[in-house]
Unconditional design. Sequence first.
Length: 144
Amino acid sequence: MIYATEDAISFHLTASQIIAGAPINPASVRAAIRRLREALKPFVRGWVDDETASLVPADLDAELAVRDQEIAKSRLPPAKRRDLTMLCGLIAGFVRQFSSAHGEIVSEQDMLRYIDAALNFARIRHPNLSKHRDRLAALVFPNR
């Protein structure tokens, strides 16, 4: 279980570096869509020859417009929080799998303590268990 936790933390730290280099959030995606739609104008409005225009799918601009509206309506947490939630869920899954295989039951409090200790050891910023138990629990058990 410790080895699996270490692997998950290692992947998280690598992903965090990638996310920091290229933040993906609703605003940046919508900005990219707007830039692409602007670049597509010559193709959509017939300002290029037919052979060149045929290189771009005819409904791409419309699909991008729909996607832009979908993203505008969604309430996604920042990428760092989504990544931390995924890490906590992954570690919780390892703990459940390991305990189940050995006929043990792990309480919610023990699960939170284990994850808090692992994240502290890895120096990963997260809600402190002693001060913000509910916030950490929301990361570990997001569907409750």
